[in-house]
Ligand binder design. Sequence first.
Ligand code: IPE
Ligand code: IPE
Ligand code: MG
Length: 255
Amino acid sequence: MFLSQWASTQFAPPYALQVDDIDPRGVPAHIGVVMDGNGRWAQKRGLARTDGHAAGEEALFDTVEGALELGVKWLTVYAFSTENWKRPPDEVRYLMRFNEGMLLRRRDELNERGVRIRFLGRRDWRVPRRLIRRMDEALELTAKNRTMTLTIAFNYGGRAEIVDAVKSLVESGVSARQVDEKAIRAHMYHADMPDPDLVVRTSGEYRISNFLLWELAYSELVFTPVLWPDFRREHLFDAVREFQHRDRRFGGLEA
Ligand code: IPE
Ligand code: IPE
Ligand code: MG
């Protein structure tokens, strides 16, 4: 589907969910989402940027439901980047509190649905201790679940992850001769996480913004103008439909 068609297929709820045309064998095992456009969504309504972040919660949980419905095994969402510390202190503070509250509000329902919650990113001094505690509780509560892994990229940067992997590799005492892709991968934050098959970015921006730089070497990218707070599972299904029309070659030739 061309981007212009994609843009014209936005659904305003209530809509009839339709997944019959999605081939269950071709559902991406791992979907990454850059949840962007909260601020613009709020500004358009004369609201504070932080109201846009709050409205993003429903989008996230409808997307989680949609991913579960499709049988996606890994969903990774970009919640806060290593560059987002540059935002005004009030907005940063709000985001810390908001994520803390969201974990509290949602952990039980995620647990009941068999979702394993994990985090991707640096746990540095800037992340409030209370948020770290909530993260640990969510991790522990859902550790045994395997229906889907929801990875929340928080204080995450793709370059920071590569830097941390190289540091850890050097500290492990390997020689230059032993450094290869497998060795680097083994030192990434979650060595067991498969690369995303599909990455969706909302809000009409055509960039990666430091998300999963190493991992998305061969990911299919889908960009949608929908602002994150308006995103619903039907938009996810549209992205998966588009994914199913792509021809992934990984540098080889068509079959
Ligand atoms: C995405 O929405 C959420 C975060 C980056 C935390 P934005 O806050 O970036 O919203 P826009 O892009 O300014 O509209
Ligand atoms: C990417 O969005 C980060 C998250 C969605 C958490 P940004 O809004 O920070 O990205 P830029 O600044 O537009 O590249
Ligand atoms: Mg943004």
